[in-house]
Design a protein around this ligand. Structure first.
Ligand SMILES: Cc1ncc(COP(=O)(O)O)c(C=O)c1O
Length: 400
């Protein structure tokens, strides 16, 4: 097996990286969800080759990517997707916005499971809709670990006559859960019963740790497929979100036509470098991805062990998928009127995503991105410890 290097720290500060440019130079960024690794060699090679051609005109279509995705869905999930079921979009958040404005009408509610990736909350009001929250249930799994479960009563009771669609995030960000077949089936049954159209954001579906399985909700039955817009992308998996290439799979012809028209009317198109990069990633990226997943699984285990050994007053998820850990810092005696993320920047020089990005009431939570070389992860965990040692609760137990 080829050796892929995930250990070398590649300087990113002078590259206009949002993650690295936002904070002061002495702050270690472990926030925005991109990784500090190069994309797979095959992506670099194909993108270089295309760039060397030197002409970057308009693109009509990219049949090779359609075919690659269709056969990938068959191979990974035995899901029968046709090349013509696919619509290219220049980003997942773009696709969520397009979904919201294409289907339903002003004043409709969009159901979602909170805490959830920030733009889920802002897309509905951006498009004359409103967000309907069904909180996930937090469940302890150990002294320092917890997970999220779906409370189906809460989920169904949140639905009102105005609720017309559901934004699924699977695997879930920030919860780290890859939902099981039984959970997805129950979600789909409730959506069908209440006539909610499903928008399934499955951007994290390749980032499966320690052999976790992903099931696309639309693959469960043809009836569910007819009621679902599935969004996937190579962007998180192969670390190429800046190339802006995402994919909507819409098997219902009428829904697809409406989405395509909205896409076209907005003048949206995916740039050629993104299409070339996505095709190379999906065609030649498997071996790199397998190595990445081993590396991320080890990073996750190191993080969880570090919390257990050195930061037992925190609680962390043990994500099945994604490179994102969600930390509950509510047991820390943080200064009043200061969110946890603000505190860690100030006292630890460590940038994490504020919990408030994922919903109200999460100001004592932070999200930590462990998609980085191990030395940076260790540096980040030590910064976290330094900051926590400055609070009035001692590391280990009791008072300082
Ligand atoms: C669930 C989810 N959806 C969408 C996105 C963003 O996708 P894009 O950059 O393609 O808009 C992210 C990025 O973190 C995400 O976690």
């Amino acid at each position: 097996m080829t050796h892929f290097d995930f250990d070398t720290v590649i300087p990113r500060r002078a590259t206009h990286s949002a993650k690295w440019a936002y904070f002061d130079e002495d702050v270690l960024p472990m926030w925005v969800a991109d990784m500090d690794f190069m994309s797979p060699p095959a992506v670099l090679e194909h993108v270089h080759e295309r760039i060397n051609h030197g002409i970057f005109g308009y693109t009509l279509d990219y049949p090779e990517l359609r075919e690659t995705i269709a056969s990938r869905m068959q191979r990974l999930y035995q899901w029968d997707v046709k090349p013509e079921d696919i619509v290219f979009v220049p980003g997942m958040v773009t696709a969520l916005n397009l979904f919201a404005r294409t289907y339903g009408k002003n004043g409709d509610g969009i159901l979602m499971q909170t805490p959830v990736y920030g733009p889920f909350l802002t897309v509905p009001p951006n498009n004359g809709r409103f967000a309907v929250m069904a909180d996930l249930r937090s469940v302890p799994t150990g002294d320092c670990t917890f997970t999220y479960e779906i409370d189906f009563d809460v989920f169904e009771k949140a639905i009102t006559p105005q609720t017309t669609s559901f934004f699924l995030c699977n695997p879930h960000n920030p919860g780290g859960r890859a939902f099981t077949e039984s959970e997805l089936q129950q979600i789909a049954n409730i959506c069908l019963k209440h006539k909610l159209l499903i928008c399934a954001d499955e951007i994290h579906s390749d980032l499966l740790l320690n052999g976790t399985k992903h099931i696309p909700i639309a693959s469960l039955s043809p009836e569910i497929a007819q009621n679902t817009v599935t969004l996937i992308a190579p962007s998180k998996t192969y670390n190429m979100p800046g190339l802006s290439c995402s994919i909507a799979i819409i098997q219902n012809k009428e829904l697809r036509h409406q989405f395509e028209m909205a896409n076209r009317n907005m003048g949206l198109h995916v740039n050629i470098v993104g299409l070339v990069g996505a095709t190379a990633a999906y065609q030649h990226g498997d071996e790199w991805l397998a190595a990445l997943l081993d590396y991320l699984s080890a990073n996750r285990d190191i993080l969880v062990a570090y919390v257990q050994d050195h930061l037992p007053m925190l609680k962390t998820t043990v994500p099945d998928a994604t490179y994102l850990a969600w930390l509950d810092c509510s047991a820390l005696a943080l200064p009043e009127n200061m969110g946890a993320s603000e505190y860690f920047v100030k006292e630890g020089r460590l940038a994490l995503n504020p919990g408030t990005f994922f919903g109200t009431g999460y100001d004592r939570f932070v999200r930590l991105n462990f998609g980085c070389p191990r030395s940076l992860l260790m540096d980040g965990l030590e910064r976290l410890k330094t900051a926590i040692e400055k609070t009035s609760v001692a590391v280990g137990s009791g008072q300082m």
